[in-house]
Ligand binder design. Sequence first.
Ligand SMILES: [Zn+2]
Length: 385
Amino acid sequence: MKHNHISMKIGNKRNLVELLIATGPRTRASLSRESGLVPSAVTRLIRELMEDGIISVIQYEEKSEPGRKGEVLSLSEKPVAAIFDIGVTKTSLGVAFLNGKIDLVPSFNTPETPQEFFRLAREKVSVMRSVYDFQMVSFSVPGIVNCETREIILAPNLGWYNVRIDELFNGDFDILADNEANLSMLAEARYATDLAGVDNAVFVIVREGVGTGAMIDGKVVRGNSFSVGEFGHMVVSIDSEQSCHCGSKGCWELYASIRWANQEYGLLNGNNHIDKFEELLNMAKLGDERAKSILSNHAYNVAIGVTNIVNALNPEFVIVGGSLSSAPDWYFAKVDEVVKSRALKMATKQLRIRPTIFTEPSSNLVGAAVYAIEKYLDKVINTDH
Ligand SMILES: [Zn+2]
């Protein structure tokens, strides 16, 4: 009985926090109405959440209800974690706060070896830690990650294999790490208003490689060995002799990554594929016919893979991000048109395809923050008073 009582209390606290995250700051009276909990229970639970530093009063409502103080409550602006979006060429970073705020720190070029990367990351964390009080570090990784052991199993575009983050990043921090597409899916599910109540969605990241994160029945799924969503390596060209770094041939990534578009165009300004693709997008926007035609073909290649994903997973939303976040509207219209003409009719009836809501900070970085906030809340709320 005692156990049930405690888990119910934890569940109620978590519900109140989720309400604040989903619907923004509000009063105790409003929390009581929306949660269905009696006012005295809300008052008691909120007091405990305030003692834990999770919730703070941010302002007083001008016209408070009779008999109530009308304090407006919000998640606290408390630093929770240092967050990193490890990109193939550039790494973005910052500090994540419990209320969703992110303070960005200047990005750096991603070093070649994991040893050098985590040494540098450790330095950056020490600097951030001298200003902000946090205990977690959360990494977004362009590859397959075992989130339980924090091992980067495979990050082919970085050339990193079997990297144990705990061993390279020594320090008294709780380490979190996950695949960038999984984290992007998490970020979008948390902050995109059109995803409220949506249980099935896929996030496709197109950069040097192609990664996908899948939310099925309301949960981001990772699979038996953490490789759910490796749709970049589904074979889309049966007869292709073109080899992929995964060891197979004719993978979707070979046709849908930004490398493909950059190589089709040829000479482009920029030191890396990300900058070159940005240049290609700009030229298409300025009316360069060849750039437009290559982008249109790229949209077709992306759409063929999305068609297979839609047939396989039956999502309500397909969200496209990475270097395509700033692609023109016609690009997405083309993807939409091809997918709706090729995928199973029943799977496309309610399907929506759109770009991510995030540009700067990236969906990856926001996802690393959301992941850290959830772990923090789990830890603090589940420790009963
Ligand atoms: Zn492959």
